[in-house]
Design a protein around this ligand. Structure first.
Ligand SMILES: C[S@@+](CC[C@H](N)C(=O)[O-])C[C@H]1O[C@@H](n2cnc3c(N)ncnc32)[C@H](O)[C@@H]1O
Length: 299
């Protein structure tokens, strides 16, 4: 091989047989615009948030307490916000934030959220919540806002990502006076597994299948021909935690394409303490399928 060619550098060679992971990263389900659109269709048709007013009310109930705690200008950091529907509902009961950061793995959804949510200064960005989080830099025009308390929202994300490491990463970015408001889908029964089986039909339906099959078909490296199967399984990292999983079953390999954790309230509150957060309030759906927690950093 001649030297000049080496100097210019060879194109990076991708391994031909890169292994298919046993579990899809969540970004593989949401990050492309077309998958984002398919997810939104599922959300519009199946989400208890849109079908049940009691669930929608959960996202406004924290407002009176937030008003007392924030007392003045604040910034809103909306993590995994999709198009910001839940944050928009909350903001109907709060003053406009001085600064808004809408962050999601799907940038087009984060942009939609930034457009719809009211704020004096706005920014949207692509983020990977699986990685250590950035310090949420504010633009120079809002530098005075660096002293404002920040309200961080994390709605609907905890079920999809490993919850305790995620809460720890978020808690690390918080300063004293910051607040974290997050939601979790719960198992509506004493046992997480019995509860998860009760709500399985919210997942195993034609629209969700279309979204997940499309993610499986577009995933690279390619999966073998297979079929999607929904079931309830123990979380591999916490055996007592129930996960609703959609598995791609093929002759040579089974891949977990999607998973949604269904903890009990006690399990969520153990994560809160382990992430060095303090629970200020909990707002629970009357059917026990979903709850919102208001927390702040310990100490
Ligand atoms: C179930 S949706 C919830 C969306 C919205 N917050 C709600 O509650 O309606 C999960 C959201 O998390 C985002 N997401 C998934 N994995 C992510 C990751 N690794 N980093 C950042 N965002 C992620 C998705 O794009 C999607 O918007």
């Amino acid at each position: 091989m001649d030297a000049p060619f080496i100097k210019r550098g060879l194109p990076k060679i991708q391994p031909v047989f890169a292994p298919v992971p046993s579990e899809f990263p969540t970004s593989a389900l949401y990050s492309s615009p077309s998958l984002g659109r398919l997810w939104r269709k599922v959300h519009l048709a199946c989400s208890p948030f849109l079908r049940r007013p009691a669930v929608r009310r959960l996202y406004q109930k924290p407002a009176p307490q937030l008003l007392k705690l924030l007392r003045g200008p604040y910034s809103l950091i909306a993590l995994g916000c999709a198009d910001g529907t839940k944050e928009a509902l909350l903001l109907k009961r709060l003053p406009k934030p001085a600064y808004l950061l809408a962050a999601d793995t799907n940038l087009s959804l984060a942009r939609r959220a930034a457009l719809r949510l009211p704020a004096r200064h706005k920014k949207s960005c692509k983020i990977d919540l699986l990685k250590p989080l950035p310090a949420f830099h504010l633009p120079p025009s809002t530098i005075h806002a660096t002293r404002h308390p920040r309200l961080v929202t994390l709605f609907g994300v905890l079920p999809n990502l490993d919850p305790l490491p995620l809460l720890r990463r978020v808690a690390k970015t918080m300063r004293s006076g910051d607040l974290l408001l997050f939601s979790a889908n719960l198992a509506p029964a004493r046992s997480g597994f019995a509860g998860a089986r009760k709500v399985l039909s919210q997942y195993d339906n034609p629209l969700t299948r279309r979204w997940l099959e499309s993610a499986a078909q577009t995933y690279r490296p390619k999966l073998f021909k297979g079929r999607l199967h929904f079931g309830v399984h123990p979380d591999p990292r916490q055996k007592s935690l129930a996960r609703i999983e959609a598995r791609w079953i093929a002759p040579k390999k089974t891949v977990t394409v999607f998973s949604s954790r269904r903890p009990t309230t006690a399990q969520v509150e153990t994560w809160i303490r382990s992430a060095r957060l303090k629970k200020l309030s909990r707002f629970l759906d009357p059917r026990g399928e979903e709850a919102v927690w208001l927390t702040q950093r310990q100490g």
